[in-house]
Design a protein around this ligand. Structure first.
Ligand SMILES: *[C@@H]1O[C@H](CO)[C@@H](O)[C@H](O)[C@H]1NC(C)=O
Length: 170
């Protein structure tokens, strides 16, 4: 009887401690669904997308690389919510298939100050491309996810970004 009450006491003391420790060990990831337009302005007075490198072979676009600091606007409200900063390179000898490497830097809205690292393949011949969200900072620290990428006009891309989607099994 004494032993049983000692066990109960130990459980009463230890269980709340274990429950308190748990959230730190398994912090819930922020899930987000963002839909933005990326303005890849390659000409005019203030381009945000400029040729950084020309590929090695004349007459071929293979290796051509563009550095970008493109405005991102909310697809619904058109308000600027951030920038897409990075580069994309033609990584195919056959066509316009880009390797995209960029940070999605959010500067307004609920995720202001957070960022996402996006890496992936953009084959412009495909209507909807899928790129990877490989990480993030701030509210998006340790993020995983994907981007559905569509062309609206040659200089406006539609990006639907799924961050830590609830269906993700990882
Ligand atoms: C975003 O956050 C920065 C830094 O906290 C702040 O200065 C800025 O006003 C915020 N922008 C918007 C649009 O909320």
């Amino acid at each position: 009887m004494a032993r049983s009450s000692t066990t109960k006491l130990a459980a009463a003391v230890l269980l709340p401690v274990l429950v308190l420790l748990r959230p730190a060990a398994a912090a819930a990831a922020v899930s987000a669904h963002l839909r933005v337009h990326m303005h890849d302005v390659t000409g005019g007075a203030s381009p945000t997308s400029e040729r950084l490198l020309n590929g090695p072979t004349a007459g071929s676009s293979f290796g051509n690389t563009q550095v970008i600091d493109d405005a991102l606007t909310d697809a619904a409200s058109s308000a600027e919510v951030g920038r897409a900063q990075g580069f994309y390179m033609v990584a195919s000898t056959a066509g316009l298939e880009f390797l995209v490497t960029m940070n999605v830097v959010l500067t307004a809205g609920p995720y202001n100050g957070s960022s996402l690292a996006v890496l992936g393949r953009d084959d412009v011949a495909v209507a909807v491309r899928e790129l990877s969200v490989v990480g993030g900072t701030g509210q998006f620290r340790m993020a995983r996810g994907y981007v559905l990428w569509r062309t609206i006009t040659p200089e406006i891309l539609d990006l639907e970004i799924f961050v830590n989607p609830p269906s993700s099994s990882s």
